[in-house]
Design a protein around this ligand. Structure first.
Ligand code: PEP
Ligand code: MG
Length: 900
């Protein structure tokens, strides 16, 4: 079995379409090599080996050794150096590379092959002892951290890990010598540091640092495989929905050095700006540095070219100015790669003594606004077609356009505390915390937080994910914090040098002021500005974004599902209409009853002693309800409006305080103790399964009658005013068709009465929700009568699983942690289980009423995966909250394209 794929000197065993086997990085290294782009030669060990490694308890397959040695021979032949050779040593990097990029989540070890035998030869060859010992100490630091500690399963306390220990040795050394920067250390210094590092490793980890090149190589390879199941990789996979069985590949590649002197450099670049989508070559580079220096954010890098300099870095030297020929070659590869991959690429490069090497290319992460701009631009440039453009934007990325921003008027009134680099756009406010664990704990307590760090590392992802925004003191636009935040579309500011963080006391000093954990900050991630306190945020307005409008037009041309909204106030309806809603799929009438002006009448209605009394109370509500429906129907003129009859658990309306009970008693002319007795009689053990939904209308038909009357009187009025309105009356929580017909009779009789009274004709529909398993099972019987179905997947999920929708929070975290469920079924539809009932409901319903109109109005109506399912199942529309409407429109287009 072929486990190892070689690449080098224009020839490669692999190809770009072999990502599953070679990982994204390995496949692209092979592809770049074949394109004739200069890539340091090396080889990829396949993801299959990762699987075998786990199946065989951490043992690698036997035949791997020979295949690796063969690839090393080929590499040596190209480079004219030898792995482990005392005179002319070849050094390798070992890096992970999964099918999907997981930035920084897995391990890397550089400079493998430096040993006591090869160091003298390497010094003789480079004539640069300082560089060689600096490289050696980097190997020791990375290797001890990644291989000897993490992969060995050693879990030191925060701040006690080997990397931290070695860093403090370096710090103490520098202090003792009076050095202020790493640049001050000479070769002897780095040699002494390396020796101290090895002593520390021996005493802290109990084993010697390996001095054999093959030991180092295999240690690195195994550590990469182990890192696939490291804590942070697992948590990243969970967040991103990457399956655990994919595994990672390992890339072993010839080391090239960006830190051999002043004509060496390293950098990261994007073929277009990943923060704005602008078609400009955008990147950062550092002179005399290794790649990790750029990504780790320990030095603030220079801009790539003149075109992308900003006010903040206009004094820094760009690569275009410093090494014009190299820049020109790099720009050529930019065009070649983008045309070849037909997508924005994120590349890493190293310049070794003036010679350019490309170390990686991959489709670059981008935020939502950038994704939209690039997709539309690339279609207009003829690089991709309309369908591809639609698929280039993840529905969830639209959320970012809908992001809040700081109210500009308020922002003008206050000076910024400090400024950093604008890594993730939008505005956010929150209470500051200083560690990822604190971020998680505070967020679990329902607090909105901003995570403030010196710089972030992959160990922080869980805290970054729950943060409203991320703020770091160090790092550039391609630092870890920036990449991760951009991937999630989060507000983020990096490289804010004014922050002096005191992690021990959990406080930060900024220009003479001190802020403590829990203090409020507001960030403007678009401008990189930091404010103390809370500033008002404004909702975003995507309508002004032309590319967004274009993309949505294309999506609308492609999709077949209609998108409605769940709204029960005219303002929300109008908002949703602006977002492209094609009607209301669910107007819940409960909130209309909670209005303080009406609640007394509602309580009188529920606690009435006789039908007559109840009727009186109910009819007090009629004028209010008529106005409600008038407003909603008017806002949705020409579009269908589904009004769902009252469906609350009764207890929610009961008076809560003695005062409220007394007030009600006064109104009804009875004593408070009678009220208490009636309340006791109405007490329910399981209100969710109790007297709610159509059961309320069955017991108290006057409520159904009043609501019908309110809808139809509003319809009559609007019709007389010349408006074209389309009410659809929806009966909730039906389990038997007889419940439905019981209620339908009242609705139709009331409609007829209103038409007669008002001498006018109008059209309407009557239908039902399918939100109980029995309704799905008997959908054919129900469809004999109902003119439309709307799946209430909130209740359908509740009653199919038997999970209380209000109480799942108590046990869901355990279910997710134990892998019993992989997601919250109230968020994304359980297609395997609940989905069967939906399918059955559709099939049975349409078996008796061919053109039965069917939608969904549970929360799942705004979830892209659930929308895909709704499309495949033949629903006519999905309905979701106003801000999800654009997301649903795009998801519906994706559903068409992905199911072609
Ligand atoms: C549902 O159950 O899915 C639904 C939309 O109704 P509600 O959430 O109001 O119970
Ligand atoms: Mg429901």
């Amino acid at each position: 079995m072929k486990h190892v794929y070689f690449f080098g000197n224009g020839k490669a065993d692999g190809r770009a379409d072999m990502k599953n086997l070679l990982g994204g990085k390995g496949a692209n290294l092979a592809e770049m090599t074949s394109l004739g782009i200069p890539v340091p030669p090396g080889f990829t060990i396949t993801t299959d080996v990762c699987t075998l490694y786990y199946e065989n308890n951490g043992h690698l397959p036997e035949e791997l050794d020979a295949q690796v040695r063969d690839s090393i021979l080929q590499t040596e032949a190209i480079m004219g150096t030898k792995f482990g050779d005392p005179e002319n040593p070849l050094l390798f990097s070992v890096r992970s590379g999964a099918r999907m990029s997981m930035p920084g989540m897995m391990e890397t070890v550089l400079n493998i092959g430096l040993t006591s035998k090869t160091i003298p030869g390497f010094i003789a060859k480079t004539n640069n002892p300082r560089f060689v010992y600096d490289s050696y100490r980097r190997l020791i630091m990375m290797y001890s951290d990644v291989v000897m500690e993490k992969a060995a399963g050693i879990e030191p306390k925060e701040g006690k890990g080997i990397r931290h220990r070695l860093e403090s040795i370096l710090k103490t050394f520098k202090e003792s010598k009076g050095y202020t920067s790493d640049v001050d250390l000479n070769g002897d210094d780095w040699k002494a540091i390396s020796d101290s590092f090895k002593d520390e490793i021996k005493s802290a980890l109990g084993s010697e640092f390996p001095d054999d090149p093959y030991d180092q190589l295999w240690g690195g390879v195994k550590a990469v495989f182990s890192s696939w199941n490291g804590k942070r990789a697992i948590s990243y996979r969970r967040i991103e929905g990457i399956p655990g069985e994919w595994g990672t590949a390992v890339n072993v590649q010839t080391m090239v050095f960006g830190n051999t002197g002043d004509d060496s450099a390293t950098g990261v670049a994007f073929t277009r700006n990943p923060a704005t989508g602008e078609n400009l070559f955008f990147g950062e580079w550092l002179q005399n540095a290794q790649g990790e220096d750029v990504v780790a954010g320990t030095r603030t890098p220079n801009p790539l070219n003149l075109a992308t300099k900003t006010d903040g870095n206009k004094e820094s030297l760009s690569l275009e100015e410093f090494l014009p020929d190299v820049y020109k070659a790099l720009d050529g590869y930019r065009t070649k790669l983008e045309n070849h991959y037909r997508d924005m690429q994120d590349v890493e490069f190293t310049i070794e003594e003036g010679r350019l090497w490309m170390l990686q290319t991959r489709s670059g992460k981008r935020n939502g606004p950038a994704a939209i701009k690039m997709a539309v631009d690339m279609k207009n440039e003829g690089l991709i077609n309309k369908e591809e453009a639609i698929l280039r934007v993840k529905p969830s990325q639209l959320d970012e356009l809908l992001h809040p921003m700081i109210d500009p008027a308020a922002e003008l009134t206050i000076d910024a505390l400090a400024k950093g680099l604008p890594a993730g756009p939008g505005g956010a406010k929150g209470q500051i915390v200083f560690t990822a664990d604190d971020a998680e704990a505070w967020a679990n307590d329902g607090k909105t937080i901003i995570l403030l760090r010196e710089e972030t590392s992959p160990e922080d992802v869980h805290g970054m994910h729950v943060a409203a925004a991320i703020l770091t003191a160090k790092g550039g636009m391609t630092s870890h914090a920036a990449l991760v935040a951009r991937g999630w579309g989060k507000c983020c500011i990096v490289g804010c040098a004014a922050l002096q963080i005191d992690i021990d006391n959990k406080e930060v000093h900024i220009n003479g002021q001190t802020f403590k954990e829990g203090d409020w900050f507001t960030l403007n991630g678009t401008a990189g500005k930091i404010y103390s306190g809370e500033l008002p945020l404004l909702d975003a307005n995507p309508e002004h974004n032309q590319e967004y409008a274009q993309l949505m037009t294309w999506a609308d041309e492609v999709r077949t599902l209609k998108v409605r909204t769940n709204a029960d106030r005219p303002e929300d309806a109008a908002q949703a209409r602006g977002f492209g809603a094609q009607g209301i799929g669910l107007c819940r009438t409960e909130h209309m009853f909670f209005d303080p002006e009406r609640i007394l009448a509602v309580r009188k209605m529920i606690l009435a002693g006789s039908q007559e009394e109840r009727r009186g109370a109910v009819m007090e509500l009629l004028p209010f309800q008529r106005d409600d429906f008038y407003g909603i129907l008017a806002a949705m003129e020409d579009l269908p409006v589904t009004v769902r009859f009252l469906d609350p658990p009764l207890h929610e309306f009961m008076p809560q305080t003695d005062e409220q009970i007394d007030e009600l008693a006064g109104e009804l002319g009875i004593t408070s103790s009678v009220i208490r007795t009636r309340m006791g009689n109405l007490h329910e053990f399981n209100p969710m399964l109790g007297h709610r939904g159509c059961r309320l209308g069955v017991a108290y038909p006057e409520i159904t009658e009043m609501q019908s009357r309110a809808i139809f009187e509003a319809t009559a009025k609007l019709t007389k005013e010349g408006k074209n309105v389309h009410p659809e009356v929806m009966i909730p929580l039906v389990g038997t068709f007889t419940e439905y017909t019981n209620q339908e009779k009242i609705v139709r009789a009331t409609a007829a009465a209103v038409m007669e009274e008002q001498s006018i004709e109008f059209e309407f529909m009557v239908g039902t929700m399918i939100e109980l398993p029995r309704a799905a099972l008997t959908a054919d019987q129900i469809a004999e009568h109902a003119e439309f179905f709307s799946f209430g997947t909130n209740d359908l999920t509740q009653t199919t699983y038997g999970f209380s929708r209000d109480d799942i929070g108590g046990f869901l975290p355990y279910y997710i942690a134990e892998g019993i469920l992989d997601h919250d079924p109230f968020e994304s539809l359980d297609i395997t289980g609940v989905g069967q009932l939906v399918k059955m409901g559709v099939e049975k319903g349409r078996s008796v009423r061919k053109n039965l109109k069917i939608g969904i109005c549970g929360e799942h109506g705004g979830d892209p995966a659930s929308i895909d399912f709704c499309h495949k199942t033949g629903l006519d529309y999905v309905s979701c909250s106003p801000f999800r409407v654009p997301v649903a429109r795009l998801a519906a287009a994706h559903a068409v394209l992905n199911n072609k």
